[in-house]
Ligand binder design. Structure first.
Ligand code: PGA
Length: 260
């Protein structure tokens, strides 16, 4: 089976509604129809801030080529959870996909593995496509403990996940913390070695359905390094931060993923 390739732009806490809408519109205008028609296994997503979701939504699925993604999702639908936004609310806004456990949430807001796992479980059950982010900080890599660190993030997140939730809707993003927003990218061999480790773990945990999951790389992806990363093998696309705020850079990365 050919795995689905994804390129998702994580706009983080950037762009007010007007500029967000303009960027989405420009992306849609510049994505050649043939690209998606010729390649049914390629998906392109954008994750604006929550408050720009409705401004951007007219350019996303079902009518447009972009998937509307949320940067986070609550672990419960509704209730006394100040500041949270849950699956039902996001679904109403047209969101189909959620990023879960981004290292900025884990590090700046101390989101523990147990909460990441609860969000993942709830969002998958609610029908969302989920991008689970994992990745080690620099000191862990320097101590050569990166593989066991990432495997422990995975096993904690999947602690209670039923096997039937391991489907095409489950995506992993390997994002080494030291490569995010720093301009330092993992080398293609560092990235693909970790992707192989993750795939082997998923295969053991979920059987063949685990081995078929899309594994994206994130961390200072740009047009200049996207094609080389794709060529390293076992990389099924990208989660892109900084470069996704520029339509032409983002689309160059999309082309690299499509051709890789
Ligand atoms: P970056 O961010 O591309 O700016 O390094 C990636 C991410 O945080 O997903």
């Amino acid at each position: 089976m050919t795995r689905v390739r994804w390129v998702i732009g994580n706009w983080k806490q950037n762009l007010l509604r007007g500029p967000a809408e303009a960027l989405a519109k420009r992306m849609v205008a510049e994505i050649p129809n043939q690209l998606l028609e010729a390649d049914h296994r390629l998906r392109i997503g954008i994750a604006p801030t929550f408050l720009a979701l409705d401004a951007v939504s007219p350019w996303t699925r079902p009518s447009g080529p972009l998937w509307l993604c949320a940067q986070d999702i609550a672990a419960q639908d509704q209730g006394a959870f100040t500041g949270e936004i849950g699956p039902e609310m996001l679904a109403e806004a047209g969101v189909k996909c959620a990023i879960i456990g981004h290292s900025e949430r884990r590090n700046h807001y101390r989101e523990p593995d147990i909460l990441v796992g609860a969000k993942l479980h709830h969002a998958l059950k609610a029908g969302f496509t989920c991008v689970l982010c994992v990745g080690e900080p620099l000191d862990v890599r320097n101590q050569n403990r990166h593989e066991s660190y990432v495997i422990s993030q995975l096993s904690n997140a999947f602690h209670q996940l039923e096997n039937e939730l391991c489907s095409e809707r489950l995506i992993i993003a390997y994002e080494p913390v030291w490569a995010i927003g720093t301009g330092k990218t993992a080398t293609p061999s560092q990235a693909s070695a970790m992707h192989r480790t993750i795939r082997a773990w998923l295969l053991e945990r979920f059987g063949p359905a685990g081995g078929d999951r899309s594994i994206l790389y994130g961390g200072s992806v740009k047009p200049a390094n996207a094609a080389t990363l794709m060529a390293a093998g076992d990389i099924d696309g990208f989660l892109v931060g900084g470069a996704s705020l520029d339509a032409s850079k983002f689309l160059d990365i999309v082309h690299a993923a499509a051709n890789g």
